[in-house]
Design a protein around this ligand. Structure first.
Ligand code: SF4
Length: 263
């Protein structure tokens, strides 16, 4: 049964192969995607509003009010993600603290890693249980061709940011690596960088929800997995996916892509 709701900032829940039952929070909640990247596979379409600057987009109290109004549901994670890069929300730390006071579920953030070189972003993310940090590239060139970052982003700074965060963070850190045609031939180099970052988990993905590029085949991803031998690896094709009825289907598709059209 489809349930419509008046929630503006929370969406889902969705069943995630990485998180289990996950309720999404969009701390940006703008009608346009707000990001410091424009990944070729982004399921949200082109980046309209480029930003590098942290700011408050939604008030903490607005998020907390919606969380308080949730119907009863069993969740594994409350996850910050949505229409853009969640670490751009300057009040992310206060949102996490506020949710901790009223919910017992674990809290996750899905980030593109760009702002991990910012000490305050690292402090905010240290308040969570699980951080899923993007690493799609092995150098400046692949970063620009796959993730189309803003001009002033250096690949070395991104890697250094993840490394510093690993030193600070006591929770679970996953590297989420999206493989498409543009970076599949760089898998061994990406695997070597990943091995040095000390993540608890490596998540090998390929875009199964509708996006601007075709996903790799299961056998291609399995070949890529071999380069990550010795690391704790999950791949999108190998894990269970379940269908869940979200609170509001249209809002969930707007933030999460069309989960119903997964191949
Ligand atoms: S996939 Fe994530 S990081 Fe990449 S453009 Fe889309 S919202 Fe930004």
């Amino acid at each position: 049964m489809r349930v419509e709701s008046n929630f503006k900032y929370i969406y889902g829940p969705v069943y995630s192969w990485r998180l289990g039952m996950s309720l999404g929070i969009d701390p940006l909640s703008d009608k346009s995607k707000i990001c410091n990247m424009d990944c070729v596979y982004c399921q949200l379409g082109k980046t309209v509003y480029w930003s590098h600057q942290r700011q408050d987009f939604v008030s903490v109290s607005a998020i907390i009010d919606e969380i308080k109004a949730l119907p009863e549901m069993k969740l594994d994670y409350i996850t910050f993600s949505g229409r853009g890069e969640p670490t751009l929300a300057a009040n992310l730390g206060d949102m996490i603290r506020g949710i901790r006071k009223i919910r017992s579920e674990k809290i996750a953030v899905i980030t593109n890693s760009i702002l991990l070189d910012d000490v305050q972003v690292r402090k905010d993310l240290c308040l969570t249980d699980f951080v899923l940090a993007k690493l799609d590239a092995c150098d400046e060139e692949t970063l620009k061709s796959v993730d189309k970052v803003m001009q002033d982003v250096s690949f070395q700074k991104v890697v250094a940011g993840i490394k510093k965060f690993r030193e600070d963070f006591k929770g679970k850190l996953a590297l989420q690596i999206m493989f498409v045609a543009a970076n599949k031939n760089f898998a061994s180099q990406i695997a070597m960088i990943a091995a040095d970052l000390g993540a608890d988990e490596i998540e090998l993905n390929t875009p199964l929800r509708p996006s601007g590029v075709e996903p790799l085949l299961p056998e291609e991803l399995l070949e890529i997995k071999k380069f990550f031998n010795g690391q704790n690896v999950k791949t999108v094709y190998e894990l269970e996916r379940k269908k869940v009825v979200p609170l509001n289907e249209r809002d969930t598709i707007k933030r999460h892509g069309n989960y119903k059209k997964q191949k």
